[in-house]
Design a protein around this ligand. Structure first.
Ligand code: ZN
Length: 263
């Protein structure tokens, strides 16, 4: 069993343009799929992934509802667990969170660099509280974003600050923070939040990954790839290189995710 907790796709009509644009913005990243759900699903199947979480981001107020409708539609597929997203500065953000719950989505993704605010912005306090009331999971892009210059919006110290307001499961993607391993080790490891393993392969030192795992523990780690930017197979190669016991790998590959998602 393998659950990938971090992947992306786009509505068919805009998929090709979207992966080209996002990949280009991040420095010419080569996508491993055509950006569609069918493309993602085929790659996941080929790489023995049983279920995958698809993350969407509302980057403005106008597109927020269509992003969540797309997520709900994707969820009809047995292999897909799609998360919703809200644009924090939208006037109807609280109603949309309620709609996300009503649509049956299990979590909400934030990408603060794209959304133009810090993870610990005061605006977020009531939003995190609402998410806890609705019993949803919070997933954030953590650390650097290769499409943006500093300052980054969800660094380890800002995540610590935001956690004061968080009462629901909170996942900091990319090993707690892309290109922020020192801060993750000093400030985040051991706190009550999850990390996903996405975009680690070739991007972080293997001994660093080991240190993060040792300090944070395998119970709060979720396997993820960030497909189409990385593949599950690549991330699996990193995990396999860390000298973990089978029981530890099972937790990372699917057991923690099953527990968190209630599946
Ligand atoms: Zn991602």
């Amino acid at each position: 069993m393998l659950i990938d907790f971090h992947s992306h796709c786009f509505p068919d009509k805009i998929a090709a343009g979207a992966v080209e644009k996002i990949g280009g913005k991040a420095g010419g990243l080569v996508p491993h799929t055509d950006g569609t759900l069918d493309g993602l699903s085929a790659l996941m199947k080929q790489q023995n992934v049983d279920h995958f979480v698809v993350l969407n981001i509302a980057t403005n107020e106008k597109q927020m509802q269509s992003v969540n409708d797309f997520a709900a539609k994707m969820n009809e597929r047995e292999e897909v667990i799609a998360f919703g997203s809200v644009y924090p500065k939208a006037a109807n953000v609280m109603e949309e969170l309620e709609r996300i719950k009503a649509l049956g989505l299990k979590g909400v993704k934030f990408q603060f660099d794209y959304q133009g605010l810090y993870v610990d912005d005061e605006i977020m306090k009531p939003i995190y509280k609402k998410i806890a009331q609705l019993d949803l999971i919070i997933m954030i892009h953590a650390g650097f974003d290769y499409g943006f210059a500093p300052p980054y919006m969800a660094t380890p110290e800002r995540i610590v600050n935001a956690l004061r307001w968080v009462d629901s499961p909170f996942i900091a993607s990319h090993w707690g923070g892309l290109s922020c391993a020192e801060g993750v080790l000093k400030q985040l490891c051991g706190l009550p939040l999850w990390f996903d393993t996405s975009y680690g392969y070739g991007a972080m030192a293997m001994p660093t990954a080991k240190m993060i795992l040792e300090k944070h523990g395998v119970d709060k780690m979720l396997f993820g790839s960030d497909c189409p930017w990385h593949t599950p197979r690549e991330e699996q190669r990193l995990i396999e290189s860390l000298g973990l016991y089978e029981a530890e790998k099972e937790k990372i590959y699917f057991k923690n995710a099953e527990k968190l998602l209630g599946i």
